[in-house]
Write a protein that binds this ligand. Structure first.
Ligand code: 13P
Length: 251
């Protein structure tokens, strides 16, 4: 891991068959990743494709692989769930925890987020903790307080957060119905995150309607260490173009 690297990654959410996942990984593996020096790429496929993507990328790959979720217990009677050891076994070296879609639709709470963060760290898998406020909270000026509370809850009882990544993803900016955040919309939250966690965690990322067009201005916001992308990186050529773009910015 290059110290101070700019993180650029994508969650594929609930998209892509196995064949589509392998084709994406093959195209990514065909690029000489030395041109992304200073950038840390990561991809978070559906769990069904993790092992195949790992094998396609190869063990030398600079691209970090992640899972979209994992349970806090190591094993047991939890039908439909996957544990951290299971996703790690399939190739995940990071695990996304607490995405707003999971908080909204699947009952994820600050408490379960915290349990999952601790489970990930117990197994040496980086937690990528997602935090972010609703549009209502944003409009009422409560963003900093909301995000700080979520991040503190996620890291409660964590002695050493140096492997933790925090992604600030305002709910109002995520997905097809989201609107792009302007630098001035997110600067205050990043300043607060930097002040409280910046030197202790591995990185602070921004996510929500990131595109090739707004990546540079977002990365200029102080304390933004990387980008967490959905739709704009679901086509491998677009992800490669974004990685090239960001690597060019830091060159
Ligand atoms: P979009 O980039 O599609 O808005 O999704 C962002 C996101 O949720 C990444 O986790």
């Amino acid at each position: 891991m290059a110290a101070g690297a700019t993180w650029v990654g994508t969650s594929w959410k609930m998209t892509k068959t196995l064949a589509e996942s392998v084709a994406y990984a093959r195209a990514l593996a065909a690029v000489d990743s030395s041109r992304w020096a200073g950038t840390q790429p990561f991809i978070i496929p559906p769990a069904t494709a993790l092992a195949a993507v790992r094998d396609t990328l190869g063990h030398q790959s600079q691209v970090l692989l992640g899972a979209q979720n994992a349970h806090w217990e190591d094993a047991g009677a939890w039908t439909g769930e996957l544990s951290v050891p299971q996703v790690a076994d399939a190739g995940a070296r990071l695990v996304e925890i607490g995405h707003s879609e999971r908080r909204e639709h699947f009952g994820e709470t600050d408490h379960t987020v915290n349990l999952k963060v601790r489970a990930a760290l117990r197994h040496g898998v980086r937690p990528l903790v997602c935090v972010g406020e609703s549009d209502q909270v944003f409009r009422s000026g409560g963003s900093v307080e909301h995000v700080r509370r979520q991040a503190r809850a996620a890291l409660a009882g964590v002695g050493d957060p140096s492997q933790v990544l925090i992604a600030y993803e305002p709910v109002w900016a995520i997905g097809a119905g989201g609107r792009s955040a302007r630098p001035e919309d997110i600067a205050e939250v990043f300043a607060a995150l930097r002040a409280e966690f910046g030197s202790a965690v591995e990185g602070l990322l921004y996510g929500g309607s990131v595109t090739l067009g707004n990546a540079a201005q977002t990365l200029k916001v102080p304390a933004v260490d990387g980008l967490f992308v959905g739709r704009a990186a679901w086509a491998v050529d677009d992800f490669i173009a974004l990685l090239d773009h960001v690597s060019g910015l830091s060159a």
